[in-house]
Design a protein around this ligand. Sequence first.
Ligand SMILES: Nc1ncnc2c1ncn2[C@@H]1O[C@H](COP(=O)(O)OP(=O)(O)OP(=O)(O)O)[C@@H](O)[C@H]1O
Ligand SMILES: O=P(O)(O)OC[C@H]1O[C@H](OP(=O)(O)OP(=O)(O)O)[C@H](O)[C@@H]1O
Length: 307
Amino acid sequence: MDLSLLPGRLLFAIPKKGRLHEKCISLLQGANIAFHRHNRLDIALVQNLPIALIFLPAADIAKFVGEGNVDLGITGQDMVEEAEVSDKVVELLELGFGKCKLQVQVPENGTISSVEELSGKRIVTSFKSLAEKYFRELDAKVLKPEEIARGEKTRIRYVTGSVEASCALGLADGIVDLVESGETMKAAGLHAISTILNTQAVLIRNKNPSNYDLVTKITSRIRGVIAAEKYVLLNYNIERTKLKNATKITPGRQAPTISSLEDPDWLAVQAMVEKSTIAEIMDQIEAIGAKDILVFTISNCRVMVDV
Ligand SMILES: Nc1ncnc2c1ncn2[C@@H]1O[C@H](COP(=O)(O)OP(=O)(O)OP(=O)(O)O)[C@@H](O)[C@H]1O
Ligand SMILES: O=P(O)(O)OC[C@H]1O[C@H](OP(=O)(O)OP(=O)(O)O)[C@H](O)[C@@H]1O
């Protein structure tokens, strides 16, 4: 990595591959952060802003942002917690993708049905520090001090992947692993008995970024891209007498835009609506008499909404 190119540039770490990578690339495109990544290079200079993109494993980004001199990064909240840097980074935005849960799982046909029964037994995971913290607190409640003093605490073993096979292969009594659809857990004959945390991809910065103004600009652009993906613009016409009922259904983000029509008995309404609810919303307003219902996608925006 040719570090001579970096002075004066904000360092922005992006997952170099894996399930978060593609979404991150489309976020950068939506935020007009233009770059060309040469094959196999882990650094790309942004052409239209003083930024250098650093492509790293998602598992390492939290450490580089929290303890290194990387200013900004995108990774999973689980990675931030696992890296034990949550006190060293500032979470700027939840990005709405990469959602999953870190859960304690045991064999469905086994004898263990609660986490308390796992205290003192064997756990396998790729999230060693999170699992150790969780079971240290559990052991303190469940085990006697003399049992802990005798070393009878829960034993946490680290594996890099295929954690779900650990019970069947006799290495563990339970596992701590991520669950998104639940397919892997089900296929492995496991079920969840406790959730340690919910996680999604986040934009994080370190406590003293090299360029606050640029961090603010990037955050605002990415917030706009996320909001534009989450919302659509709904337009429709409604009789003036039904406006109150209609705007209860489509209150908009701050308030709906109401425009008059040539026909004094009718009004035009425009409101932002969450994409995930648009079909149901259209059903409801059509049922009360809305006409000419049109939905427009938002290519980009700057609105302060929870994303
Ligand atoms: N089903 C899932 N399995 C693993 N990680 C997931 C899942 N769903 C969302 N994530 C998020 O993605 C992060 C893992 O991304 P990462 O790129 O490190 O691994 P990966 O997608 O499994 O790719 P690779 O195995 O090539 O490293 C997790 O920490 C979590 O935040
Ligand atoms: O609930 P699901 O949608 O099935 O996803 C959860 C699985 O995905 C991840 O494994 P990954 O696919 O990254 O492979 P790995 O086991 O090598 O980590 C994770 O470790 C779980 O095993």
